[in-house]
Ligand binder design. Structure first.
Ligand code: NAD
Length: 395
């Protein structure tokens, strides 16, 4: 079977779906790699490194799609809403497509992929079970984004992070507040601590308190309790507006005392809750910085502009999107490892064996045979449930 890796075409995207190091592992499982020329270049992986590891490099993008049984991308149509449509005519019936599909973004993109007849898999839908941990691309990208958010903040802040006692006097450490202590938030806490900041963090899931503390952060306790804070997968559940209103009131003081606020509070498939209002921004010290990692889905800060950097009331607000792409070398390395583990899980005897009784395959498969087959996606869009068609379907 041939695995095709096209160059990413989302504007500014620098990652690549496979790095050269994983190619021998795929070869052992009977998978050959065909790469579009220069696909890895922006991430720091030149074509020659792929060739050295046994991949074939071709100049023509359409040829990659034509020869591939399995297409691996970072941002597929769906998550690439600006240029991704160009790939649709290149997909074909029975071909497998794996990548970020943003399956709960809008139904039309899912239907358009279904209409090609391709069997598509969304890495966002990877179940949060132990055996899928090494396939969890969302966690990998969140790790990178959490790290980079702190670097962005440190660069923009007119202060340094650590405490210094020098002959020129004592410098007090910067105070960093992280709202949302999931994968990205925890990495942000760890990174800010390494730089010497005093870090506090808040999450509506009380379960994360110990994790925050173990990284040297102070857990902010608010006199408010979320009902049913998390679902079975460990994701936060949406709360009602009265809860968010109360949260904002209580968070106000903590935000005002912080030099940097990093927000990561997202709820899958929903608009991000606004937790930092314009009044809260106005109460921050001049020169403070907010990095809003929830910007892609509206943002946690009322003044966030998606994809832009704005300065309001003297506070710099980064509506950061696609942050992992700005650290393309390691983001690609992690993503590539996740995809390889996922592929090797589904490939048996050199063939893709799609066992729908397997939770990993069933949860991630979005389209097959011209239809959206994923039960979570169907439920989300109020489509009638489908019967599980076959136990063993090979693509
Ligand atoms: N395989 C696994 O078992 C596995 C894999 C990845 C993550 N996880 C766990 O799942 C959890 C969530 O991970 P994630 O980073 O992907 O989550 P996420 O990106 O969906 O959300 C980020 C954080 O924002 C928080 N949040 C949402 N609404 C909020 C609000 N109103 N106020 C404050 N915080 C709010 C969430 O609780 C979460 O911690 C983590 O505990 C993580 O460790 C488990």
């Amino acid at each position: 079977m041939i695995v095709g890796v096209p160059r990413e075409i989302f504007p500014g995207e620098r990652r690549v779906a496979l790095v050269p190091a994983v190619i021998p592992n795929l070869a052992k499982a009977g998978l050959e790699v065909v790469l579009e020329a220069a696909a890895g270049l922006d991430a720091g992986y030149p074509d020659a490194e792929y060739v050295n590891k046994g991949a074939k490099v071709v100049a023509d993008r359409a040829e990659v799609f034509r020869t591939a049984d399995i297409v691996l991308q970072v941002l597929c149509y769906g998550s690439n809403d600006s240029t991704g449509q160009a790939d649709l005519p290149l997909l074909r019936k029975g071909q497998a497509l794996i990548g970020f599909l943003r399956p709960l973004g809008d139904i039309q993109t899912g239907q358009a992929i279904a209409a090609t007849g391709a069997t598509s898999f969304s890495v966002e839908l990877m179940p949060r079970i132990t055996r899928a941990q090494n396939m969890d691309a969302l966690s990998s990208m969140s790790t990178i984004a959490g790290y980079k958010a702190v670097v962005i903040a440190a660069d923009a802040l007119p202060r340094i992070f650590p405490m210094l006692t020098t002959a020129a006097g004592t410098i007090t450490p910067s105070r960093v507040l992280v709202i949302g202590a999931g994968v990205a938030g925890l990495q942000a806490i760890a990174t800010a601590r390494r730089l010497g900041a005093v870090v506090s963090a808040y999450d509506l899931r009380p379960a994360v308190k110990e994790q925050v503390q173990s990284l040297g952060g102070r857990f902010v306790e608010l006199a408010i309790e979320a009902t049913d804070a998390q679902d079975a997968g460990g994701y936060a559940k949406a709360q009602d507006e009265a809860f968010y209103q109360k949260q904002r009131e209580l968070l106000g003081r903590v935000v005002a005392e912080s030099d940097v606020v990093i927000t990561t509070a997202v709820v899958p498939g929903k608009k991000s809750p606004v937790l930092v209002t314009k009044e809260m921004v106005a109460a921050m010290a001049h020169g403070s910085v907010i990095v809003d990692l929830a910007a892609e889905r509206g943002g946690n800060c009322e003044l966030t502009r998606t994809g832009e950097k704005v300065v309001e009331h003297g506070v710099t607000i980064f509506g950061a999107i696609n942050v992992a792409s700005t650290v393309p070398y390691h983001a690609s390395q992690m993503y590539s490892k996740n995809l390889t583990n996922f592929l090797l899980h589904m490939v048996k005897d050199g063939k893709l064996q799609l066992n729908l009784e397997d939770e990993i395959t069933r949860s991630t498969m979005v389209t097959q045979g011209g239809e959206i087959v994923n039960s979570r996606v169907r439920e989300f869009y109020n489509l009638p449930a489908l019967q599980l068609q076959s136990k063993e379907a090979s693509s």
